[in-house]
Design a protein around this ligand. Structure first.
Ligand SMILES: [Zn+2]
Length: 308
């Protein structure tokens, strides 16, 4: 089978609070900031609380969603006094951790999120990256308390809008269900374990371990589905009880999607797909009731560090 090699990972950013009310990442980062850097590591860790203004008021954002500000266009928009706080913050983070697509960027950027959806632990990627998919596989082999899955967005780097796109390699860790503004120990422990395993992988990778290839499954984003609405734009139905909490369970034509306030069931009509982010609290404003994905299996090459 194929083999791929990558330069050592020498700078790793662990980010939290990109959404200020997603508490797991906020507290993982704060704990990391209190600890002294372990000099025995082969790499440096940069813990960053990315949206401090939103964290202070425990809201998703102050002016606009920070995690939609990292497209090339927005990162290069002119600085003005009236620009939204998060847009300015995205440019600061791009200077500190990037620049996106540049040689000076951190080698790996991990951004910690929570969802109100019943998604277990997900790693979210923009594109297929053999190294980060090996980190996924490493985490999958060592966490059994919750399902560990990959979501692939398949967006070109220039249009990639999330913070993790700033690193040379990057992914978001999404853990749920947890209400925003709330800390649950079970969710915290799963996310913390995923971060610790990522750091353990990097230590072993940099030391020269060869990670064997194999198959890995990913859910590739297909489309978002909005709630049913009336002519004035108000929603007229809620997620159907039979769909609620069924993230990543195959949705077939005829399966219930929504239960209208007058008691009618709206059914799925189309190809078989996998729903996720079902009833995510923060997506009501984005007009997203849930998202749909295809499941794809990828053949991973073995990977190891580049020898110089
Ligand atoms: Zn988030």
């Amino acid at each position: 089978m194929e083999h791929a090699s990558f330069p050592p990972l020498s700078r790793v950013a662990i980010c939290g609070g990109t959404h200020g009310n997603e508490m797991t990442g906020v507290y993982i980062v704060r704990e990391m900031q209190k600890k002294k850097e372990n000099a025995a590591r082969s790499f440096s860790i940069i813990p960053v609380l990315t949206n401090p203004r939103a964290v202070d008021v425990c809201r998703r954002y102050a002016d606009m969603d920070l995690n939609r500000c990292f497209t090339d266009a927005l990162l290069s928009s002119p600085v003005t006094n009236s620009m939204p706080y998060e847009l300015r913050r995205a440019q600061e983070l791009n200077t500190q951790l990037g620049p996106k697509g540049g040689k000076e960027a951190v080698d790996l950027l991990v951004d910690l999120h929570n969802t109100t959806a019943n998604m277990g632990l997900c790693l979210i990627f923009y594109s297929l990256d053999w190294l980060t998919l090996h980190i996924l596989k490493y985490i999958q082999n060592k966490i059994s308390s919750v399902p560990v899955r990959a979501i692939q967005l398949d967006i070109p780097l220039s249009d990639a809008y999330s913070l993790e796109a700033v690193g040379k390699h990057g992914f978001a860790i999404e853990v749920g269900p947890q209400p925003h503004g709330v800390l649950r120990a079970d969710i915290f422990n799963v996310a913390k374990k995923a971060v610790d395993l990522t750091l353990e992988f990097i230590q072993e990778f940099n030391a020269g371990r060869r990670f064997e290839g194999g198959e890995v499954e990913a859910y590739t984003f297909v489309k978002s589905i909005d709630y049913p609405r009336d002519s004035s734009g108000e929603i007229t139905a809620a997620i159907h009880p039979e769909l609620q909490d069924k993230d990543f369970q195959l949705l077939r034509s005829g399966d219930p999607l929504f239960l209208s306030f007058s008691g009618e069931t709206v059914k799925h009509d189309g190809e078989d797909l996998y729903p996720f982010f079902i009833n995510e609290c923060a997506y009501y404003e984005k007009k997203v009731a849930f998202q749909l994905a295809l499941k794809t299996t990828f053949l991973l090459p073995s990977v190891s560090v580049e020898k110089n």
